[in-house]
Design a protein around this ligand. Structure first.
Ligand SMILES: [Zn+2]
Length: 386
């Protein structure tokens, strides 16, 4: 039981004005089931942004679970988005691969709003494979932020979700095998090695990443689903998926996605960066994946934004909820009017084919103006679906 959660529950429960005819939870769940909703749900990925919105610096919350959870709930109470995103950073994901004394060298805070910088944990593919074979991630887990920060934060938010009678869902974020493969060694290195290293060695590495991830799902079954989690975002490893890589190596993510879909009721896929249409197609065919948070057109694809939205919506038709708009870049650097315009284009191009959820393709930058975040929420709320 958490004091911070109880304070928020007593402040908010039964006191929030309804929005539309559905609860936040019902709206998100219906969109994932491809059913009609009153409004298009809106759930921008606010992980870092909500920390600064709530008045904290990233340094301040780094070892403070209560403040992290407070930031998420405070932001939701003000903005009333249709889901609460957990705060997740790169140290949650990979700190447990290295001993405590090495961590200050690998994870670095710069400014108060800046992303946590990190240095790759292995310098060669052989080294990365060895880390996995030795199961370093188990050896150094106990005092890592996965245990000391991520898990208690997740449990607090789930406690809030349940005590608020499931009005608003909490989104549990976890990374796919390819995402791990990229992150441990840094994206550009993995990209290079997929070409320069023997295929069998890359395959060995990805299989080790897959095994670790499948074992991690057991943790999520017990501690996330076991405490009420229903919505889950899989942070995919799209960053290295060119046409050949997709064919040769994407199977590990497909296997993982399907396994996650058997544990969580509403799984959606976060597909960052330049999206190959073939990759969207592949994701759309993974059983149990009910939504796709997609991003930008692939290099060289000459399409307008409405054309891209329509192309994606047609791929997801009959299978997934389309999640996008505005771009992360526009949310940070554009005007509120531009944000409104792009959200409208996305909704108009998507709804003839499938359900939509307003959710930029990647997380909202910490420096994004509040008026832009409010603009995307207001735009989604301004139009009834007929
Ligand atoms: Zn992303």
């Amino acid at each position: 039981m958490s004091r911070i959660v109880d304070e928020w529950v007593s402040r908010l429960k039964g006191k929030l004005p309804p929005i539309g005819e559905m609860t936040h939870w019902e709206r998100m769940a219906a969109a994932m089931r491809l059913e009609r909703t009153d409004f298009v749900p809106v759930a921008p990925e606010l992980d870092y942004w909500q920390i600064t919105y709530a008045g904290y610096s990233h340094q301040e919350i780094y070892h403070d679970v209560d403040k992290t959870t407070d930031a998420c709930i405070r932001t939701w109470a003000d903005l009333r988005t249709d889901a609460i995103w957990m705060y997740v950073d790169i140290s949650h994901q990979i700190e447990n691969f290295i001993p405590a004394e090495r961590r200050p060298h690998h994870f670095i805070h710069r400014g108060e709003k800046d992303y946590l910088m990190f240095r790759p944990l292995a310098a060669t593919l052989d080294e990365a494979i060895a880390m996995y074979e030795r199961r370093d991630y188990e050896k150094y887990l106990a005092d890592s932020r996965a245990v000391t920060h991520y898990t208690p934060h997740m449990l607090q938010l789930l406690e809030f979700q349940e005590k608020m009678d499931r009005q608003v869902p909490v989104i549990i974020g976890l990374a796919t095998p390819t995402n791990y493969a990229e992150t441990i060694v840094e994206v550009q290195n993995f990209q290079k090695w997929m070409v320069t290293e023997p295929k069998e060695k890359v395959r060995r590495y990805l299989d080790l990443c897959l095994q670790e991830r499948l074992a991690a799902l057991e943790f999520y079954r017990e501690h996330a689903v076991g405490n009420g989690a229903v919505f889950c975002c899989l942070f995919g490893g799209a960053r290295t998926w060119g046409p050949r890589h997709l064919e040769a190596f994407a199977d590990v993510d497909r296997i993982f996605g399907e396994a996650a879909g058997k544990i969580f009721e509403h799984v959606f896929w976060h597909h960052c960066g330049r999206n190959l249409p073939g990759a969207l197609q592949m994701i759309s065919e993974i059983p149990g994946v009910r939504g796709v948070q997609y991003d930008m057109p692939y290099y060289g694809q000459q399409v307008t934004w409405p054309e891209w939205f329509e192309q994606a919506a047609k791929i997801f038709k009959g299978r997934q909820c389309a999640m996008n708009a505005p771009t992360t870049q526009l949310a940070c650097h554009g005007s509120a009017d531009e944000v409104r315009g792009m959200v409208r284009e996305f909704i108009d191009a998507t709804l003839p084919h499938t359900t939509a959820c307003v959710m930029p393709g990647c997380e909202i930058d910490s420096f994004s103006p509040t008026e832009n975040v409010r603009a995307m929420i207001e735009t989604a709320r301004s139009r009834r679906i007929d």
